[in-house]
Design a protein around this ligand. Structure first.
Ligand code: BGC
Ligand code: CA
Length: 212
């Protein structure tokens, strides 16, 4: 019912109510949009971002990761993570496979776990790895000489460094042995041996840590 009298006061009241309604509507829409955009960014980061892509890739093989706080300064602190059964060292995770396979099957096994056969880049890495091994077995490395001409190649294309070679004495010794393994030979020393690719050996897989 339209009331008589004071029409201006009434119109002002209606106008104020409208403004308030619009204000609430605009604020709500803005907030909803902000939430929507934020959730898109978060979803994108964890679905398509580098970390998220690797996390979801690893999740297809591993149900849980173990993470260690890394970095010395508080501002640099990140979490470096490896799948549970893997050993962390430097920026990598290592898995010692005690199932014996040919070299190419050993590599396939690593690839199937999102990794590759180990690439040894430093003496520190070699020293870490030998602490994980059983002296009774040989373990395939990600190192091969596919042509049998002494051109040894790391499986991830890392150049084969003159200064980072841990061959046993008198190895490599046979061009038909085109895959490298690491083995403990007397007198009490771990080192590399050129070995037959179609011999069944234990193996060592390596993958990059995932940083959170
Ligand atoms: C291995 C060779 C190795 C030799 C050293 C053999 O049993 O198969 O790869 O070079 O031992 O003595
Ligand atoms: Ca040999």
């Amino acid at each position: 019912m339209v009331q008589e009298g004071q029409p201006q006061v009434r119109e002002k009241g209606v106008w104020r109510a409208n403004v308030r309604l619009w204000f609430v509507a605009v604020i709500s829409i803005t907030l909803l949009s902000a939430c929507f955009i934020a959730s898109c960014v978060v979803t994108y980061h964890f679905t398509y971002g580098k970390t998220g892509k690797r996390l979801s890739e690893l999740h297809t093989y591993y149900s849980s990761l173990t993470c260690f706080s890394e970095g010395t300064r508080v501002t640099e602190k990140v979490w470096g993570c490896c799948p549970n059964a893997w050993k962390p060292f430097g920026s990598s995770c290592y898995f010692i496979s005690t199932e014996k396979r040919f070299w190419s099957k050993s590599e396939q096994n690593c690839v199937g776990m999102g990794a590759h056969l180990v690439v040894i880049n430093t003496e520190a890495e070699q020293n870490f790895i030998i602490q994980q091994l059983n002296e009774s077995f040989s373990y395939f490395l990600g190192l091969s000489d596919p042509q049998g001409n002494g051109k040894w190649q790391w499986i991830d294309q890392t150049p084969f460094d003159e200064n980072v070679r841990f061959w046993h004495q008198n190895e490599p010794n046979f061009s038909a042995e085109q895959c490298a393994s690491i083995v403990f030979w007397n007198p009490g020393k771990w080192g590399w041996n050129d070995d037959f690719c179609d011999t069944k050996r234990n193996s060592i897989c390596e993958m990059k840590k995932i940083y959170l």
